[in-house]
Write a protein that binds this ligand. Structure first.
Ligand SMILES: NC(=O)c1ccc[n+]([C@@H]2O[C@H](COP(=O)([O-])OP(=O)(O)OC[C@H]3O[C@@H](n4cnc5c(N)ncnc54)[C@H](OP(=O)(O)O)[C@@H]3O)[C@@H](O)[C@H]2O)c1
Length: 312
């Protein structure tokens, strides 16, 4: 198809290449536009919203606070570490946002009530609660100490329960959203996550029933259930005695970037979904797992989470 003259041939190739590039650019622009317009409107939903995040000093809570502030939301930042919260607040102010620091231990009901009240006082309302405060434990039940297991339940489950209890009357007024943090360990039994998983099953069961109870008020209730996410949580996983492992047991599956987790969380709120699983394909896998009587799934998790030397 090309001319025999090398010059004409080269010119023709160049023109075709430019045409291809132009086409590709046009296609990209169209695709960008198609994605950007609804995305833009979705993000506008967060403008001037008053949002309380527990566990806002680190990991998923912190990244979510920064993201939502960049969409124009106003943030109540709750957790125990005041200095870390101040740093998050400074980063929010730097991008032109607003935030209040609310030092809170989520296992103490009065402090959680103060965090809710503090957010309402600062911004005049509460639209969204995200209960991200949590801690992980990896140990076989048979060797785990009671006080360590109780601590995990108190932070992960009661922390979410207290925040939800005090926030709900305000969120009914705004017909807002409440988001709990579950986990892949809250979807099926995984060896060495009996207690952490139980706390996440508890959050999920609580929110699943609450979702139905408060739907009549126009309140959205949803749960985000990620697999392994790249946050400091994994450096502080408790062992059987309630102290963090000296050498953390390695996660046997892919570790997801925290930004991806925040994408899912934002999508959960925008779409007012009941549950978001990260990664998404675990949904179908869990269905297959149930259909096969958990036969395949049990074999996989038993192999991937063996009883390590000091775990039992
Ligand atoms: N990372 C993962 O792989 C993963 C996977 C599935 C689910 N999740 C869940 O996602 C949530 C966030 O975890 P992350 O990965 O972001 O962990 P992270 O980086 O360790 O953050 C945990 C947050 O919880 C706060 N916190 C812990 N105990 C608290 C207490 N008693 N009172 C108030 N705040 C407390 C910590 O703040 P202070 O120290 O300042 O109190 C910190 O801000 C947790 O519920 C976790 O179980 C995480």
């Amino acid at each position: 198809m090309f001319s025999r003259s090398p010059w004409a041939s080269a010119a023709l190739r160049l023109a075709l290449a430019q045409g291809e590039r132009l086409n590709a650019l046009l296609r990209l622009r169209i695709i960008d536009f198609a994605i950007a317009v609804p995305y833009h409107f979705s993000m506008e939903l967060f403008r001037d919203k008053a949002i309380l995040i527990t566990g806002a000093s680190s990991g998923i809570g912190k990244e979510t606070a920064l993201r939502l502030a960049s969409y124009g939301a106003r943030l109540g930042l709750a957790s125990r570490n005041r200095d870390a919260l101040e740093e998050v607040r400074a980063a929010i102010v730097k991008i032109g946002g607003q935030a209040v620091v609310l030092p809170t231990d989520v296992t103490v009901a009065d402090q959680v009530r103060d965090a809710v009240d503090g957010t309402v006082q600062a911004f005049g309302k509460l639209d969204i609660l995200i209960s991200s405060a949590g801690l992980s434990m990896r140990a076989y039940f048979e060797c785990s100490q009671l006080d360590a297991m109780e601590r995990v339940m108190r932070v992960n489950f009661f922390g979410t329960l207290y925040a939800t209890h005090f926030a709900l009357p305000h969120i009914i007024k705004t017909k807002g959203s409440m988001v709990g943090l579950s986990s892949m360990t809250g979807q099926r039994g995984i060896p060495s996550y009996s207690i952490y998983g139980a706390s996440k099953f508890a959050v999920q069961g609580f929110y699943d029933a609450l979702r139905l109870e408060v739907a009549r008020h126009g309140v959205h209730v949803g749960v985000l259930a990620p697999a392994f996410v790249d946050t400091p949580l994994r450096d502080n996983v408790l062992g059987p005695d309630g102290k963090p492992w000296d050498v953390q047991p390695p996660p046997p599956f892919r570790i997801w970037p925290v930004a991806k987790c925040v994408d899912y969380l934002v999508h959960l709120i925008v779409k007012r979904k009941r549950k978001a699983l990260l990664p998404r394909f675990t949904g179908p896998l869990l269905v297959i797992d149930e259909m096969t009587g958990r036969w395949i799934g049990d074999r996989i998790v038993k192999r991937r989470f063996p009883p390590e030397e000091n775990m039992k």
